[in-house]
Design a protein around this ligand. Structure first.
Ligand code: DOR
Ligand code: ZN
Ligand code: ZN
Length: 357
């Protein structure tokens, strides 16, 4: 048995409000605990998106009632909220910008509004971007011009990780994350997954892209899940939404890589605890740890999971490392397959956060 600090996932979609048939703060944070996460940062591309004080307060109220682990919520960057956004920075874990087409209506169009958000968002609060290809180059330039921190979500392609590497070598304040599906799956998996089920943004990339990510592990700061639950009926429909669930398979996948000698446990702790905690300034969680049976293996079955999402792209895979227990702020939150933490016991880590530098 090994003991690790509570894992922190800086990128989850908990679908509340507007998509609670896929997930809500209750089921999503239960899935987080069952995956070894004691804190999650929730994305604002809900319906409606979280772009102002009212929508943010409503999401925070739901989370306060239902969350079982600690959490933060991002503010979404829109074309309409540039002047009001800085006033909300003290209530969120950061600002999230969608620069490319993905799921839901939240999207930041045009270069001018992007420039203005970079100008006005407080430097002490991170900006996280969904930025693929050339959008990434634009976001990196703005971060450099403003000498401010930028966190790049779910890097998936070779040119992107090489660009981030070059930016880091130049001293840019850039950090990045990868999601397990981009390190364990490629476009060669499309036929067996099925085209609708394989839909995800960024798309599953090539074997060469995946190889470049593995070769540049040193450039990768965080392992995020990008837990993006959609029901199997939606994924199998004529208009399948992009996204994979990930909270309950991430640790087991990364531990397969440990057993194959491609990662160390220290790499995991750094990228799933130390670095996300530093980048998103998340508060200390005292008396918080997870216990894992390092050698145990298990077979992925979506039916066993706590998420409301009823399928997984990793169905049937043999994973490693069984989570036995989670302690969160002194309480046993998960024990041998059972989530014990009650809805409403999770804390808002950014209820009143200082944003002055
Ligand atoms: O595949 C994705 N799904 N990529 C995103 O950026 C959004 C996410 C979602 O919310 O479903
Ligand atoms: Zn994204
Ligand atoms: Zn996402």
């Amino acid at each position: 048995m090994i003991t690790l600090p509570g894992l922190i996932d800086p990128h989850v979609h908990l679908r509340e409000p507007g998509g609670t048939h896929k997930e809500d703060f209750d089921t999503g944070t239960a899935a987080a605990l069952a995956g070894g996460f004691t804190a999650v940062l929730a994305m604002p591309n809900t319906r409606p998106p979280l772009t102002d004080g009212g929508t943010l307060s409503a999401a925070k109220f739901a989370a306060g009632q239902k969350a079982r682990c600690d959490y933060g919520i991002y503010l979404g960057a829109g074309n309409e909220n540039i002047t009001i956004a800085p006033g909300l920075a003290g209530r969120v874990c950061g600002m999230k910008m969608y620069l490319d087409q993905t799921y839901g209506p939240l999207r930041l169009d045009g270069l001018y509004d992007l420039m203005r958000h970079f100008q006005t968002w407080p430097k002490a609060s991170p900006i996280a971007v969904h930025a693929e290809g050339r959008s990434l180059a634009a976001a990196l330039l703005l971060a450099a011009l403003h000498d401010r921190a930028l966190h790049v979500c779910h890097v998936s392609r070779k040119e992107e990780i090489l660009l981030i590497r070059a930016a880091k070598e130049r001293g840019f304040k850039v950090t990045c994350e990868v999601a397990p599906h981009h390190l364990f799956l490629t476009d060669e998996d499309l036929p067996h997954l099925g085209l609708g089920r394989a839909e995800v943004r960024p798309r599953l990339a090539t074997v060469a892209d995946r190889q470049a990510l593995w070769e540049n592990l040193a450039v990768i700061d965080c392992f995020a899940t990008d837990h993006a639950p959609h029901t199997s009926a939606e994924k199998d429909s004529a208009d399948p939404p992009p996204g994979f669930p990930g909270l309950e398979t991430a640790l087991g996948l990364w531990m397969v890589a440990v057993s194959e000698g491609r990662l160390t446990m220290d790499d995991i702790v750094e990228r799933m605890h130390t670095n996300p905690k530093r980048i998103f300034r998340s508060p200390e969680q005292p008396e918080t740890e997870i216990e894992i049976d390092e050698q145990a293996t298990w077979v992925v079955r979506a039916a066993d999971f706590h998420t409301r999402c009823d399928w997984t792209p990793f169905e049937g895979m043999l994973l490693r490392g069984r989570l036995r227990r989670v302690r969160l702020r002194g309480e046993t939150a998960f024990d041998d397959g059972h989530v014990l933490a009650r809805p409403g016991t999770g804390r808002d880590m950014y209820a009143n956060y200082p944003t002055q530098t």
